[in-house]
Design a protein around this ligand. Structure first.
Ligand SMILES: Cc1ncc(COP(=O)(O)O)c(C=O)c1O
Length: 388
């Protein structure tokens, strides 16, 4: 049994999570620390105190927040736009691509469900085909396998490839820089879904060089929800159009994307405070803690239940355990099991169907403690013993 990491003491008191539950699913929606909640509330109060003045000064303040986020992601500030989330980032990227009936959009078998729907909708609208690269065709996979599977699936018609930076259900890291380089050499435009990356992994968007890269600050970046980003390479910026046309639609990237009538921008303005908190606590320290705790939790669960621990990537704050074949094999069954885990054990975990069986995904964030994983592992072993 590995020893769990020492807790990050400063995390105590930073969150408002219900202490009666074990929150082992940071990956789904993130958690906003108290100082960021406070800053967000102050911004809202400022907006309500003098709405006209608040909106008048908004453009410069959004630009300043964007610049700070760009520095955190090592991205070109002129190539980064705030979005509500990755769902919007992917939709904007797909809408900007000139695609027709002779073209193919390549996704992978790991593609997040909502992103897959967006790809299929876009393909339907323009008559393009959707190809699926079977990254998991041989079961477990390495980064080399992922690159090979994706490149093998490229056809002369492939115009664009959409793939994850960190996969959702299986919690694996893709070799994105290699993929972007290889796909570019084949004339394929890249759209990278980095939903889980900001705050979980050190990242250089300049170094990755994707045509489009989109991520969430609200999952692991301690930002309020509805805080995503879309980074666009210089070649594509002039082609990117807002999905909803509003004032500034002719301004060009990034302002055109961010402008949408009267909407609440306070989350974007508060986002840098989440990133600063990561800096204050120590980004490397948080990452090490979370990755080690996730691995510890996975090991406890595998040992308590006899289930298979899926190979994880050492840098990630999420780990997966595979359920017996047939268990939680549909979305409905997986959700029903997750609800049962909440109701009977007081624990939140992500459970997703994956190739005929369910996967339990454990997250670790600085508010988690080793005993929470112990409690879940013991309780879940009981559920499995009584499973009918
Ligand atoms: C890999 C991946 N892509 C996209 C999303 C969608 O993120 P959002 O709902 O914030 O748009 C998620 C959310 O969990 C995800 O895990």
């Amino acid at each position: 049994m590995t020893v769990p990491p020492a807790p990050i003491e400063e995390a105590a008191g930073l969150f408002t999570l219900d202490p009666g539950k074990s929150h082992l699913n940071n990956g789904s929606f993130g958690t906003v620390p108290v100082p960021v909640q406070r800053r967000h509330a102050e911004l809202r109060a400022e907006m309500e105190a003098d709405t006209v003045v608040f909106f008048r000064g908004l453009t410069d303040r959004i630009a300043a927040a964007r610049a700070e986020v760009a520095a955190f992601l090592d991205a070109d500030p002129a190539g980064l736009a705030f979005t509500a989330n990755v769902t919007e980032g992917v939709a904007v990227a797909l809408a900007s691509l000139p695609l027709g009936i002779r073209d193919e959009i390549l996704i992978t078998d790991h593609c997040y469900g909502a992103v897959q729907l967006a790809v299929r909708r876009r393909a339907e609208a323009c008559g393009a085909k959707v190809g699926v690269a079977e990254v998991a065709r041989g079961g477990m996979w390495t980064g080399d396998d992922a690159v090979q599977a994706i490149l093998d699936a490229v056809t002369p018609r492939t115009r664009v490839a959409v793939f994850d930076h960190v996969t959702s259900a299986t919690a694996r890291l893709m070799p994105v820089h290699r993929l972007v380089t290889e796909l570019r050499a084949r004339g394929v435009t890249t759209v990278v879904d980095g939903a889980h990356v900001p705050g979980m992994l050190p990242v250089s968007l300049n170094g990755i060089g994707a045509d489009f890269w989109t991520g969430n600050l609200h999952k692991w970046g301690f930002a309020p929800r509805s805080t995503g980003v879309l980074a666009v390479s210089p070649e594509w910026r002039a082609r990117v159009r807002p999905l909803i046309v509003s004032w500034f639609a002719e301004e060009g990237f990034p302002v055109a994307i961010e402008s949408q009538g009267t909407r609440d921008h306070t989350g974007w303005l508060a986002a840098p405070y989440g990133l600063r908190l990561i800096g204050e606590l120590g980004a490397g320290r948080i990452r090490r803690h979370n990755a080690e705790l996730a691995e510890y939790g996975q090991r406890l669960l595998a040992e308590a239940t006899g289930l298979a621990a899926w190979p994880g990537d050492p840098e990630l704050a999420m780990r997966v355990v595979r359920l017996p074949q047939g268990m939680a094999r549909t979305f409905e069954a997986a959700l029903a099991l997750a609800v049962r885990v909440t109701e009977e054990l007081g624990c939140h975990v992500a459970i997703r169907p994956w190739q005929g069986a369910g996967l339990v995904r454990l997250s670790a964030q600085i508010y988690n403690r080793p005993d929470e994983y112990q409690r879940f592992a013991t309780g879940f072993a009981g559920i499995l013993r009584n499973w009918v």
